[in-house]
Design a protein around this ligand. Structure first.
Ligand code: KG4
Ligand code: ZN
Length: 336
């Protein structure tokens, strides 16, 4: 049988990315142009700036991805692109580009759900991983506990009721003066702090054991900082970061393990930017070992936004026969 080559494009937020994937699981190239330094100046992603930067960078990023993979547009079997969820103006750049290539080269266009991409990142380095398995998706915009029943087939067991896990990291980081993006900075600073210095609340959502709520712990951190300021006590940033992180990680691990046991699933994967958090990875690994659950996780480069994961998801959608037309639009709040 012939190799299937897919070019994938990701532009849903602040990374302009393109990748070439062979037969669904082999990454021939994975190019990412990050806009972080630009958005840092404003303390968060500015949508209008993101769109403009995607337009400036996208052709160059695609050219690099093709060159690195040693293929041309004529070698491609399909083109995959994130069409939601995300920033509408940012998504549109990738979608328009993908349509143009699909039209010019007369190859199938496969729209991909960004979260399906994050989940699919686990297939890249785990050739033995196949559905069904449980996946905890923790990113800047999403916190989902999902049963992956088959490729592209999901049952959502739980989701956040307010802030996403990554959003909580970013807001707490801002409050203790670490800047954007906060997740990696809290991860690093926590190593110097005492995770048991403070006991921040671990919220439970009534009658929804797999749902999450992170606005409470975020508020508790802000209250602690305000109290310190009012009483003239110095804020020990490393202790706050470590205690906050312990709280969030414990909740994520407890929910995921409980769901795996309740649903008798012995494979658990993590995905999304927060899945690169070292404390979460270690804690989840230990909990899985204790409960005889096989633990899977992507390398950090495949956790945060990238196009390789979109190419993997596109491949399995392509095999199922998913094809999009010229009417494919960006869908900012696309449901899984
Ligand atoms: O998946 P992602 O790159 O973009 C979205 O789809 O949202 O996730 C970005 C989020 C940000 O909130 C960032 O602070 C968080 O992932 N993040 C981390 C770490 N690296 C990135 N959070 C905790 N620890 C990390 N090491
Ligand atoms: Zn993402």
């Amino acid at each position: 049988t012939e190799d299937v080559l897919i070019l994938a494009i990701e532009s849903s937020c602040d990374e302009t990315a393109a990748a070439v994937i062979k037969n669904g699981r082999t990454v021939l190239s994975n190019v990412i142009s990050s806009q972080i330094d630009l958005h840092k100046l404003y303390g968060g992603v500015v949508p209008e700036i993101a769109s403009r930067k995607h337009i400036e960078k996208i052709n160059q990023v695609i050219e690099e991805a093709l060159k690195e993979a040693e293929v041309t547009l004529d070698d491609l079997d399909a083109i995959g692109v994130t069409y939601g969820p995300g920033l509408v103006g940012a998504l549109l750049v990738g979608v328009a580009e993908a349509k143009a290539i699909s039209f010019a080269k007369d190859i199938p266009l496969v729209g991909v759900h960004h979260i399906e991409g994050h989940i699919s990142a686990n297939y890249i380095e785990n050739p033995d991983l196949e559905p069904p398995f449980l996946c905890l998706v923790v990113s800047g915009g999403h916190t989902h506990l999902v049963v992956v029943k088959d490729y592209g087939e999901f049952e959502i067991l739980g989701r956040t009721r307010d802030d996403a896990a990554g959003e909580a990291f970013d807001k707490v980081a801002r409050a203790i003066g670490l800047g954007y993006p906060g997740g990696p900075k809290i991860d690093r600073l926590s190593k110097e702090g005492n995770p048991y210095a403070m006991n921040f609340p671990k919220a439970k959502v009534e009658d929804a054991p797999y749902d999450f709520s992170f606005s409470g712990v975020k508020s508790a951190v802000l209250n602690h900082i305000n109290k310190c300021k009012m009483q003239g006590i110095p804020v020990v940033e490393a202790d706050v970061a470590a205690s906050f992180q312990r709280c969030v990680v414990e909740v994520l691990v407890e929910h995921a393990i409980a769901a795996a046991k309740d649903y008798h699933i012995d494979k658990l994967a993590i995905a999304g930017g927060v899945a690169s958090n070292q404390t979460l990875r270690t804690a989840m690994k230990q909990a899985c070992e204790k409960n005889q659950i096989q633990f899977y996780h992507p390398s950090p480069i495949f956790c945060t936004d990238n196009a390789a994961m979109i190419g993997v998801a596109a491949y399995y959608e392509y095999l199922k026969g998913t094809r999009h037309g010229w009417d494919l639009n960006a869908v900012p709040n696309l449901k899984l």
